[in-house]
Design a protein around this ligand. Structure first.
Ligand SMILES: Cc1ncc(C[n+]2csc(CCOP(=O)(O)OP(=O)(O)O)c2C)c(N)n1
Ligand SMILES: [Mg+2]
Length: 323
């Protein structure tokens, strides 16, 4: 991850950038021009940023439906991401995939797909290939707490362990599967213990603390790069807006204002700002500079998207694998 800011400020900048991008999408979503379901990661920016800091361009990343942070932190192009949300031919999936199917192989973002668990096994296949042909390169696959409830999660970990594959399984535990809380699904089973039977080491940490994420990711990535095999990282975090769409959904009654307030106090941006401990005046100047450059980048990305053409209807069958 190279965003032009000094090393100690880069993670904060990247999280801020992702937050502002999603807020901009949220503001324009009701225009009904982005005809794609959007799963926002507002509040969950730290795992993507803390993990990506340890990845090279050649390393591969896969994600699922809540993928914007993973795509951007890996170096995915913002203009092509926004164009994808607008269904334009310049989108990173040629306007055919929408928010849940981002892909940019030029930066090692191998793709995202919303069928829970599917990308865990695809990423494991990529790791199998890298182990044979590109030693030293690693794969990261991000997924939510509910994806660990799919059988393919266990099959993938068993295979990766057996072949000592260079892969890091990253679970973002935001406590919910759509509106079902963890207590009603798996009340007594810590997620981090799921990997133990497969002899895959687990590391669990505060998913809203980018420094802690980075420390744990560094261990896991080094293990994978040096041939020591897979790791399972569990980052505890929380999504601030609804499961899908930009609204805060307290009206649905599955979570409380108190819970939301608790997690807002643990906001990854606020935590990182405190950790940096800069004096107020210096911080104000830096933060203004960051906000200005992000605003310009976002405006240019939306302009690029809106001015781009839609895909040609005559090409609808292109890139579709015949059944
Ligand atoms: C195989 C499969 N079953 C069900 C769904 C419907 N579904 C979409 S998102 C979701 C919950 C995902 O929860 P989690 O994995 O924790 O990710 P989060 O949305 O919390 O980030 C479900 C059940 C799906 N996409 N795929
Ligand atoms: Mg979840």
């Amino acid at each position: 991850m190279t965003n032009g800011w000094p090393h100690e400020l880069a993670p904060y900048f990247e999280m801020l950038r992702i937050r502002r991008v999603e807020e901009a999408i949220a503001r324009r979503y009701s225009d009904q021009q982005m005809r794609t379901p959007v799963h926002f990661c507002i509040g969950q920016e730290a795992p993507a940023v803390g993990v990506s800091m340890h990845l090279t361009l050649a390393d591969q990343v896969m994600s699922a439906h809540r993928n914007h942070a993973h795509y951007l932190a890996k170096g995915g192009d913002l203009g092509r991401m926004i164009a994808e949300l607008y269904g334009r031919s310049t989108g990173c999936c040629k306007g055919r995939g929408g928010s849940q199917h981002l892909i940019d192989t030029s930066v090692g973002f191998a793709g995202a797909a919303p069928i829970l668990g599917s990308t865990i096994s695809i990423a494991t296949g990529i790791a199998f290939k890298l182990a044979k042909f590109n030693p030293g390169e690693v794969v990261v696959t991000y997924f939510g707490d509910a994806a660990c409830e799919e059988g393919v999660f266990h099959e993938s970990l068993a295979f990766a362990s057996l072949h000592s594959l260079p892969i890091i399984y990253v679970c973002e535990n935001n406590l919910y599967s759509v509106h079902s809380p963890m207590e009603s699904r798996q009340p007594d089973r810590p997620i981090a213990e799921l990997a133990t039977g497969h002899r895959v080491p687990s590391f669990e940490g505060d998913g809203n603390d980018v420094a802690e994420v980075s420390m744990l990711a560094s261990t896991a990535v080094n293990r994978a790069r040096n041939g020591a095999g897979p790791s399972f990282l569990v980052f505890n975090t929380y999504r601030i807006v609804g499961h899908v769409g930009p609204e805060v959904d307290l009206n649905l009654g599955y979570r409380t204002q108190d819970e939301l307030d608790h997690w807002e106090r643990k906001d990854p941006l606020v935590q990182e700002m405190r950790r940096l401990g800069l004096p107020t005046a210096a911080w104000k100047e830096l933060s203004d500079q960051m906000e200005d450059s992000i605003t310009l980048e976002i405006e240019s990305a939306f302009r690029f998207a809106i001015e781009s053409p839609y895909p040609d209807a005559a090409e609808v069958a292109l890139d579709v694998v015949p059944s």
